[in-house]
Design a binder for this molecule. Structure first.
Ligand code: ADP
Ligand code: MG
Length: 693
C-alpha cells in the first residue's frame, strides 16, 4: 500500500482550485491527470522579467518590466482597430496596445494618472515604443513580485502557460517533504539538495543552464527515478534468485537426436550460445539470459536445444511468442523435431477454450506434455506446470517486465531465456533488465545470399507488379506489405484490401490477404497456404513483421516504405533471404521523400547488418524512441534521459545492489525512505517482493 504521506501527490489535478474538467483534460493530455504528473512536467524555457530599463532604453523584442504613468486611454474609431493606452516615464512614451479589449477591466487596472508596472515584450513601430497585451500589470507596490523569472513549459491545445503555471505551482504546494533516501555522502559529493528542494528548484530556473539535464536539480531528480528503476529491478531479480538455481543438467540425448534430424549444422555462435545457456542452467543460480541475434540468425533452434536440455533433466519447457501466427510458426518448426526426439509438444493460445483447453491444462499439470508453445495465454493463472524448468520468451520487447516475471513464477526457480532480434544499446538494456547475461548470435547461417534491395517510386507500381509477376512465374513467392496507418487499423485493412484486389487482377487466386483484424483461424489458413506455396503472393499488414519463417519466400515488397521505421524495415526484409533463392526487397515510396525517410531507405540499401542498422537508427531517432516505447516494454522515464544520464544510471545500479546487500527488505531508516521512493515512481510491484516491515 502506498504510504499516506504520498496521498496528496497522487490526487487528481481537479483537486486544485480553479481546475475544472475541461482544463483537467488538457493537463491530462499534456502531462498526466495527477498532481505528481504536473510535478514531473519540467520547464523547457524561462522568461526573465528582471530587466527593468527606462522606456527609451528598452530593447526591442526583449521582455521588460517598465514603470510608467498612465496618460490617456484612446478608444479606436473602428472596432477592428486596437484600443491604445498612452503612458510615459522620464525618458519617453510607451503605448500599450490591446485587441478585443475589455474596456471596463482596463479602466480599472490602468486608470489615467496612476503609476503602474507593466511587463511584456517591447516593439517599435515607426518612432513609437509599444507593448501589445502586457503579460503582467501591477502597482508600484507589486513591482518586486513582477520582476521575476518565470518558467516556460511545453504546452498543448487548451492549456495556456498561465493556467499551467498556476496548476504546477498549486501541485508543488501539495508535495510533501520526504525522508532522504540517498546516501548523505553521495548527496554532498554532488552538491544535491533534498528531493523536495530539487523539485522546487527544477521548476524555478534562473538561467538557461538550469534547464539543462546537467543542472543539479534535474540530475538529482533523474537519479531518483533511475534509482527507483534499478532498485525495482534488483528486487525482482533478488526475488527470482531466492529459490536458487537447481542445477539442471541434461544428458544431451534429446539434443543429439534433434541435431541429427536437422538438415544443417549449427553456426559457431549457435553452438557457443548453446554452451553458455547449458552452463548457466547447470549452475546453482537461476538463469536470466538474453539471446540476441539478428533476424534470420537462427534463434529458434537455440531455444529448442535449451528446452530439450531441461526436458532431458526431467522438467518441462515453454516457448512463448508475442502473436498467434508466430506461436503456430514455432510449433510447425518444432513439431517434427520434437517427434524425432520423442517428446510431446502442445500449443496453447487464446483460441483454445472450454474442454479443449482443460485437456491441455491437464497435460501440462500432470507432466505428460514436456513442451508448451503458445502466446500470452500461457500467463494465465490456471496454467499450472508439473515442473517447469525453462521458459523461453521470443521477441521479448513486446512483453512487459511483469509478464516476463509472471512466467518465471510458474515454477520453482524457472530458468528464463528471452530472445530478441533488436540489438539493444547497453543503457537501454540496463534500464530495462538491470543486469542480465547476454548471448549473441553474431553470424547468419552459411550460404545466405545478400538480399538485393531496390527502391522505386510508387508511381511505378505497374512496373513493380510486372517484375514481381516475372519472378512468380518462375516459382518465387512474395510478401507484399501494406503501409501501417498510424492509429487506425481500419484504414490499414482498407489499404491492404484494395491492394489485394489490384493484385488479384494480375495473380488470380495465387494471391492471399492477412491482416490484424482477421479471425485467427482464417489467418492460419492463409499463412499455411503461403507456406505450402498454394498462395504465391501474400498481401499483409505488418502482422507478419515479427519472426515468420517461410524459407521459400524470396521477394519482399514494402509499400510506402517511407512510413516505416528503420528497425521495422530491417525486420520485414529479414523475412526473405532465408532459403537458397536469390532474394529481393523492393521498397516502394511515395514522392516527395523527406530527408529522414530517404536516409532510412539508403541505409537499408547499404547494409544488412542489424547492429549497424540499430546504431544508425539510434542516431536518427534518439534512445528513448528507439524501440517505440509504447509497445517496447521498456521503462518510460519521466525525468531521466538515457542519453544524458547514462553515467548516473550505472551509479544507480551499483547503489541499488549495495542497498539490497545491506538491507534486503528495506527495513532500516533509509530502507523505509527507499520504499517511499519506489511508490513515488510507481514501482509498487517491486515493493510486494519485500517482506512486510
Ligand atoms: P530468427 O533468429 O530470426 O528467429 P529462425 O530461428 O527463424 O531465425 O531461423 C531462420 C531460418 O534459418 C530458419 O529457416 C532456420 O531453419 C534456419 N537456420 C537456423 N539455423 C541454421 C543453420 N545453422 N544453418 C542453416 N539454416 C539455419
Ligand atoms: Mg524468430
Amino acid at each position: 500500500m502506498r504510504p499516506k504521506i504520498l496521498y496528496p501527490t497522487f490526487e487528481p489535478v481537479t483537486s486544485l482550485k480553479g481546475i475544472g474538467p475541461r482544463i483537467a483534460q488538457g493537463l491530462e493530455n499534456l502531462s498526466g491527470a495527477r498532481l505528481l504528473d504536473l510535478c514531473w512536467h519540467l520547464p523547457t524555457g524561462l522568461i526573465d522579467r528582471r530587466y527593468a530599463p527606462n522606456v527609451a532604453d528598452a530593447e526591442v523584442g526583449r521582455v521588460a518590466t517598465l514603470t510608467v504613468t498612465i496618460d490617456k486611454h484612446i478608444k479606436p474609431s473602428n472596432k477592428r482597430l486596437p484600443y491604445k493606452i498612452l503612458t510615459y516615464d522620464n525618458t519617453g512614451t510607451l503605448v500599450l496596445v490591446f485587441f478585443h479589449a475589455h474596456i471596463d477591466y482596463l479602466l480599472k487596472a490602468l486608470p489615467e494618472g496612476s503609476i503602474r508596472v507593466v511587463s511584456g515584450t517591447c516593439e517599435r513601430f515607426s518612432q513609437e515604443i509599444q507593448m501589445t497585451h502586457p503579460d503582467r500589470i501591477g502597482t508600484l507596490a507589486e513591482i518586486e513580485s513582477l520582476k521575476t523569472i518565470e518558467p516556460v513549459y511545453p504546452l498543448s491545445a487548451g492549456v495556456s502557460l498561465k493556467v499551467l503555471g498556476k496548476a504546477i505551482t498549486g501541485a508543488l504546494a501539495h508535495v510533501p517533504e520526504l525522508d532522504e533516501w540517498l546516501d548523505p555522502k553521495y548527496l554532498e559529493q554532488n552538491h544535491w539538495k533534498s528531493w523536495h528542494e530539487a523539485l522546487i528548484d527544477a521548476h524555478k530556473p534562473v538561467s538557461l543552464d538550469d534547464l539543462e539535464p546537467t543542472a543539479p536539480a534535474r540530475r538529482r531528480l533523474a537519479y531518483d527515478e533511475l534509482l527507483a528503476n534499478q532498485l525495482a529491478l534488483s528486487l525482482m531479480r533478488l526475488h527470482m534468485n531466492k529459490t536458487a538455481g537447481r542445477g539442471i543438467r541434461g544428458n544431451k540425448s534429446l539434443q543429439e537426436k534433434v541435431l541429427s534430424a536437422l538438415p544443417f549444422d549449427l553456426t559457431p555462435s549457435q553452438r557457443k550460445s548453446g554452451e553458455e545457456i547449458s552452463d548457466d542452467m547447470a549452475s546453482d543460480t537461476r538463469m536470466l539470459r538474453l539471446l540476441q541475434g539478428d533476424v534470420g540468425s537462427g534463434k529458434t533452434i537455440v531455444a529448442l536445444l535449451a528446452i530439450l536440455c531441461a526436458v532431458e533433466a526431467g522438467t518441462q519447457g515453454v516457448l512463448m511468442a508475442p502473436t498467434e501466427i508466430l506461436a503456430r510458426q514455432h510449433l510447425a518448426t518444432i513439431e517434427p523435431l520434437a517427434k524425432a526426439a520423442g517428446i510431446n509438444v502442445q500449443l496453447l493460445t487464446g483460441r483454445d477454450k472450454g474442454k479443449n483447453r482443460q485437456a491441455i491444462l491437464q497435460n501440462l499439470k500432470n507432466g505428460s506434455t514436456q513442451l508448451a508453445v503458445g502466446t500470452h495465454a500461457l500467463f494465465q493463472d490456471d496454467v499450472v506446470f508439473k515442473d517447469l524448468g525453462m521458459a523461453v520468451i521470443d521477441e521479448q520487447h513486446r512483453f512487459g517486465v511483469h509478464q516476463r516475471l509472471s512466467l518465471g513464477a510458474k515454477g520453482q526457480s524457472v530458468n528464463v531465456l528471452v530472445m530478441t532480434a533488436t540489438p539493444i544499446p547497453r543503457t537501454l538494456m540496463l534500464s530495462a533488465y538491470g543486469d542480465m547475461d547476454v548471448s549473441r548470435l553474431s553470424e547468419k547461417p552459411a550460404g545466405r545470399e545478400p538480399i538485393i534491395t531496390i527502391k522505386l517510386s510508387l508511381s511505378k507500381l505497374d512496373e513493380a507488379i510486372k517484375s514481381v509477376k516475372r519472378k512468380i512465374d518462375k516459382g518465387a513467392r512474395a510478401y507484399w506489405v501494406c503501409p501501417l496507418i498510424e492509429e487506425s487499423d481500419v484504414l490499414d485493412v482498407a489499404a491492404a484490401e484494395e491492394r489485394y484486389h489490384t493484385l488479384a487482377n494480375v495473380f488470380g487466386d495465387e494471391v492471399g490477404l492477412v491482416h490484424g483484424r482477421m479471425k485467427g483461424i482464417d489467418k492460419d489458413r492463409i499463412m499455411a497456404s503461403f507456406a505450402t506455396g498454394e498462395i504465391k503472393v501474400l498481401v499483409a499488414t505488418t502482422v507478419i513483421e515479427v519472426g515468420v519463417d517461410v524459407p521459400e519466400a524470396s521477394i519482399m515488397v514494402i509499400e510506402h516504405a517511407e512510413r516505416f521505421g528503420l528497425a521495422q524495415l530491417h525486420q520485414l526484409r529479414g523475412r526473405v533471404g532465408r532459403g537458397t533463392e536469390e532474394s529481393y526487397c523492393l521498397l516502394l515510396y511515395q514522392t516527395p521523400l523527406g530527408e529522414t525517410a530517404r536516409k532510412r531507405i539508403d541505409i537499408l540499401r547499404e547494409t544488412d547488418d542489424g547492429f549497424v542498422i540499430a546504431e544508425k537508427d539510434l542516431e536518427l531517432r534518439g534512445a528513448g524512441e528507439m524501440l517505440g516505447t509504447r509497445q517496447s516494454g521498456l521503462p518510460n522515464f519521466r525525468l531521466a534521459d538515457l542519453n544524458e544520464h547514462a553515467d548516473i544510471l550505472a551509479t544507480a545500479r551499483n547503489d541499488a545492489k549495495l542497498i539490497l546487500n545491506k538491507d534486503p527488505n528495506l527495513v532500516s531508516e533509509r530502507g523505509k525512505a527507499l520504499r517511499t521512493l519506489l511508490y513515488l515512481f510507481e514501482r509498487d510491484i517491486a515493493v510486494r517482493y519485500l517482506r512486510s516491515g
